[in-house]
Design a protein around this ligand. Structure first.
Ligand SMILES: [Fe+2]
Length: 266
């Protein structure tokens, strides 16, 4: 996995290097350390910052290389629609647990070195329930965070707009179908807008942490919008009022990001 951005909890590399010289003088050790920091391609940021994976590039990452990616905005960025506390718990506890449990479940699996996330999901029926639940949970939440924005493009445009109108009649009709799928999913699960094998859009819902990539769903496709309807996604703010949470979802979804996923799906 490659990363481009240099965010990390570490200080700037130059600052760190010069700070070392100031502290230790010009003895050999700090000089070598400085060279290591300045010229190493395997920078600390590669370990501490998977921030730039704000899209679906993770799909081709090998299981053993998967990272717990940083949320692409602050916990309070989606206020007043999605509240800060829910976002913090949802991301740092629930999503993190799916990641940890997936890595733990696949730790000693020989497939972990060669199998990509997308191949795992497409062949999920061959794996234990724990891998299915946590692999889905890991991917689904990554998609979920990355279709939101504090200043979203509020409506689809261009090809996606046309495709939605072609399949559903209008954007409003699509919203109704999507909301119905989200509101009527019994228990915990997700509702999706996906692209099928023929490039057509469709709405579906899945239980638990399943998703349309998986070979166990009724209709497979490439998900480009997903809404988490587990109670942990909304209960603190909306309590049992799932329909209100689903209606609020439209305020934070960034259709520009969805359009990018739609283009890549084709
Ligand atoms: Fe969730």
């Amino acid at each position: 996995m490659k990363t481009n951005h240099a965010y990390s909890i570490w200080p700037n590399r130059s600052t760190l290097a010069f700070s070392m010289i100031k502290t230790f003088g010009t003895s050999l050790f700090p000089v070598l350390f400085m060279i290591l920091i300045l010229f190493s391609n395997k920078s600390f940021s590669q370990v501490t910052n998977p921030k730039n994976k704000t899209n679906m590039n993770i799909l081709n990452d090998k299981i053993q290389d998967l990272k717990f990616h940083e949320l692409p905005y602050s916990y309070d960025a989606l206020e007043p629609h999605f509240d800060k506390l829910t976002m913090e718990i949802h991301y740092s506890k629930h999503h993190k647990a799916y990641y940890d449990n997936l890595m733990s479940a696949m730790k000693d699996n020989p497939d972990s070195k060669s199998l990509s996330l997308i191949d795992l999901m497409k062949n999920i029926s061959k794996y234990p329930t724990g891998v299915r639940n946590n692999g889905g949970g890991y991917f689904n939440h990554h998609l979920f965070w990355n279709i939101f924005s504090a200043k979203p493009q509020s409506l689809p445009q261009g090809d996606l707009k046309l495709a939605i109108e072609k399949e559903f009649g209008s954007f409003e009709d699509f919203k109704k179908e999507f909301e119905t799928a989200a509101k009527t999913r019994f228990g915990s699960g997700w509702a999706w807008l996906s692209v099928d094998n023929n490039g057509k859009l469709f709405v579906s819902s899945t239980p638990n942490q399943d998703n349309p990539y998986m070979d166990i769903v009724e209709k497979q496709g490439i998900p480009i919008v997903g809404i988490d309807v587990w109670e942990h996604a909304y209960y603190l703010k909306f309590q049992n009022r799932r329909p209100e949470y689903v209606a609020t979802f439209w305020n934070v979804i960034d259709w520009k990001k969805v359009e990018e996923l739609y283009k890549k799906s084709k």
